[in-house]
Design a protein. Structure first.
Length: 130
């Protein structure tokens, strides 16, 4: 499950509307080679490890989230699908970082628990292993 997650830290660093969070969370810009904190953060960007992905992923995102744009979720979704990893994406065009509207929250919960049922119940494990 990835809710409003970062897929490519370099692109996220430049596309956020709130640089304070990007600098705080990542340690600074990716081009600052003298900054070991930033270099470690960017070296561990999820997009650099797609070749190792094998776990089904559910991605949810709100399109009014300007801190972490929905494009981050779309990149992760496409990467998983291109690798043959089971993936589903649920986008809320009228939500921000948090899914707050009651009907959207109900849908989020239903999709989330359906995903857990599908991939974590014993019969699902048999499907994955066969």
């Amino acid at each position: 499950m990835a809710h409003a997650g970062i897929f490519n830290t370099e692109s996220q660093y430049l596309e956020t509307e709130e640089m304070w969070f990007a600098n705080w969370d990542l340690g600074g810009p990716f081009w600052d080679k003298s900054n070991p904190v930033a270099q470690r953060s960017f070296a561990n960007s999820p997009h650099k490890f797609v070749d190792r992905w094998n776990t089904p992923i559910l991605i949810t995102h709100g399109e009014y989230d300007f801190r972490i744009l929905a494009s981050q979720g779309m990149m992760a979704f496409n990467a998983a699908r291109l690798r043959g990893v089971p993936a589903e994406m649920l986008v809320f065009p009228d939500e921000n970082h948090w899914i707050l509207k009651p009907q959207n929250a109900i849908l989020w919960q239903r999709v989330f628990f359906r995903w857990l049922d599908r991939w974590l119940k014993p019969e699902a494990q048999q499907q994955v292993n066969s």
